[in-house]
Write a protein that binds this ligand. Structure first.
Ligand code: APR
Ligand code: ZN
Length: 233
C-alpha cells in the first residue's frame, strides 16, 4: 500500500444490515407501503407530520433492540489505532458507529437520536416520543423536527467532508448502493485528488465502476479483514 496517511471511509445502510437494520433499497425497502423517498421530505413533514414522526419513532425504537456488528467494531478499532488522519462519514442515522466506539466520524444525513429546531437551528436529544408542539429548549418555538436531512435538503458538514476527500490517500466505501448524491460522488472526488479507492459491498453498486477495487461480501467479514490488512495485523 502506498504511503498511507489519510483515510476517508463512507458507510451506508449495508454496514448496519447485519445488526438487523433494514437497508433502503434492498428487499423490504418500503415502509407501510411508502417509498422512503416519499416520507423523508420537508413536504411530507408539512403535509402529514404524524406519518413522518411515526416513521422516525419506529426507527428510533428499533435502535434499542440492535447492537453494533463486527464491521462497526473493526472501524472503531481502526479509529483508535490509526496514527494518521481518519474520518468516518456515515449516511446512516443510527448510532451504531458511536456505540462501537468510533469518535472521528460525522453523520452527513443526521441522527435519529437528535431533534433540530426549525426556527433557531438548536439541537437537542430526542426525548423519544411524538413531539406534538415539541418546544425548543433554546428559543421556545414549537418547531422541533427530526434532525434528519430530508431529500432535497443539503447534507451536513459538506465542507469538512470535501476537505477530507481532498487530502485522502485512501477512500473506502462500505455498504452503500451509490444511489444518492452527493455521497455517491465522493469516490470520484477522492480519485481526482489522487486517492486510492476501495469498495466493500454485498453486491456490485451503481458506483462500482469508479472504484479501483471492489470486494464483494458481507461487511461483517470484509471490514475486519480489511482493517487487519491496514493495521498490518
Ligand atoms: N454487507 C455489506 N453490504 C451490504 C450488506 C452487508 N451485510 N447488506 C446490504 N449491503 C449493501 C447493498 O448491496 C446495497 O448496495 O448495502 C447497500 C445499501 O444500499 P441502500 O439501501 O441504498 O442504502 P444507502 O446506500 O445507505 O442509501 C443512501 O439513501 O434513502 C437514502 O438517506 C438515505 O442514507 C440513505 C441514502
Ligand atoms: Zn429553537
Amino acid at each position: 500500500m502506498q504511503d498511507l496517511r489519510n483515510i476517508v471511509i463512507l458507510t451506508g445502510a449495508g454496514i448496519s444490515a447485519e445488526s438487523g437494520i433494514a437497508t433502503f433499497r434492498g428487499p423490504g425497502g418500503l415502509w407501510e407501503g411508502h417509498r422512503v423517498e416519499d416520507v423523508c421530505t420537508p413536504e411530507a413533514l408539512a403535509a402529514d407530520p404524524e406519518l413522518v414522526h411515526r416513521f422516525y419513532d419506529l426507527r428510533r425504537a428499533a435502535l434499542a433492540g440492535v447492537e453494533p456488528n463486527a464491521a462497526h467494531h473493526a472501524l472503531a478499532r481502526l479509529d483508535a489505532a490509526w496514527p494518521g488522519e481518519l474520518l468516518i462519514v456515515t449516511q446512516n442515522v443510527d448510532d451504531l458507529h458511536e456505540r462501537a466506539g468510533a469518535t472521528r466520524m460525522l453523520h452527513m444525513h443526521g441522527e435519529l437520536r437528535s431533534a433540530l429546531c426549525a426556527v433557531c437551528g438548536a439541537r437537542e436529544p430526542w426525548a423519544g416520543s411524538l413531539p406534538e408542539g415539541a418546544i425548543c429548549g433554546a428559543c421556545g418555538s414549537a418547531a422541533l423536527r427530526p434532525d434528519i436531512v430530508f431529500f432535497g435538503e443539503m447534507p451536513y458538514q459538506m465542507e469538512r467532508i470535501e476537505a477530507a476527500l481532498a487530502q485522502a490517500d485512501l477512500f473506502v466505501s462500505i455498504g452503500t448502493s451509490g444511489a444518492v448524491y452527493p455521497a455517491a460522488g465522493f469516490v470520484q472526488t477522492a480519485a481526482y485528488h489522487g486517492a486510492a479507492t476501495l469498495e466493500l459491498n454485498l453486491d456490485p453498486s451503481m458506483g462500482s465502476v469508479f472504484f479501483e477495487e471492489t470486494r464483494i461480501g458481507a461487511a461483517g467479514v470484509l471490514v475486519p479483514a480489511w482493517v487487519n490488512e491496514v493495521l498490518g495485523r
